[in-house]
Design a protein around this ligand. Structure first.
Ligand code: DC
Length: 213
């Protein structure tokens, strides 16, 4: 039986994860970071030495024996905790590449829907409101301007990349996430848009809580 889902979508660095995690905690809902599932799948495919040119058959051959689970804020790939390993810039790049593929999205969509059938959920990603949970109880689209998102990414990576590279990465990911043919990043017509550029987390959360009241 589908449960109550609050869907939160938006581009990289808009603050979705922070907001979604805290919202789930306050509501007593489960939290699903769908990007972590995409990252784990990409890590598996990278480890198998596949790249963006790999055929669907080759990708499926690897994924069909792959176990991915998101539980208590951690992501497990074939039962191993890969929560840290999936956060490297290299995995981020490959995730953005592999997530353009229908074969990957179909595989992960089954997992995501299963989570939505077992618990009330705050689900965050790129296509939560448009594709995976079109009947979500509430939908939000979280944005922020490009420079601010790049700055957040720069801070998050703790000096591992320059600001210029963080900005370049944000632009590349926006382009790939929005222009892909399968499940592109877009605001669902019935989603409420929140720009977090000059807002702190408490302000954003109270806007969301007001909408939910
Ligand atoms: O949210 P994130 O930065 O961890 O996402 C990593 C990549 O995964 C991002 O480039 C787009 C992709 N992604 C997706 O295509 N669909 C989702 N629902 C979540 C993430």
């Amino acid at each position: 039986m589908p449960r109550k889902v609050i869907a939160i979508d938006g581009p990289a660095g808009a603050g979705k994860s922070t907001v979604a995690k805290e919202l789930a905690k306050r509501l007593g809902y489960d939290y699903l970071d769908s990007g972590a599932l995409y990252r784990a799948a990409a890590l598996k495919l990278m480890t198998a030495k596949l790249d963006g040119d790999a055929s669907d058959d080759k990708i499926m051959e690897i994924l069909k024996d792959t176990h991915i689970e998101f539980s208590n804020g951690k992501v497990y790939l074939d039962r191993a905790d890969v929560s840290e390993r999936i956060r490297t810039p290299e995995t981020g790049h490959y995730t953005s590449v592999f997530s353009t593929k229908k074969v990957v999205r179909d595989f992960l969509q089954v997992l995501q829907k299963a989570v939505g059938n077992t618990a009330d959920l705050v689900a965050e990603g790129r296509d939560m409101a448009t594709v995976v949970f079109p009947n979500a109880y509430r939908k939000f689209f979280i944005t922020a301007n490009e420079d601010i998102r790049a700055q957040r990414r720069f801070n998050q990576l703790n000096g591992k990349v320059s600001f210029t590279d963080a900005l370049k990465d944000v632009r590349e990911r926006d382009k790939r996430d929005s222009e892909r043919t399968v499940a592109p990043l877009m605001k669902a017509p019935d989603a409420i848009e929140i720009d977090t550029s000059n807002k702190d987390i408490e302000t954003v959360l109270s806007e969301i809580m007001r909408e939910l009241a």
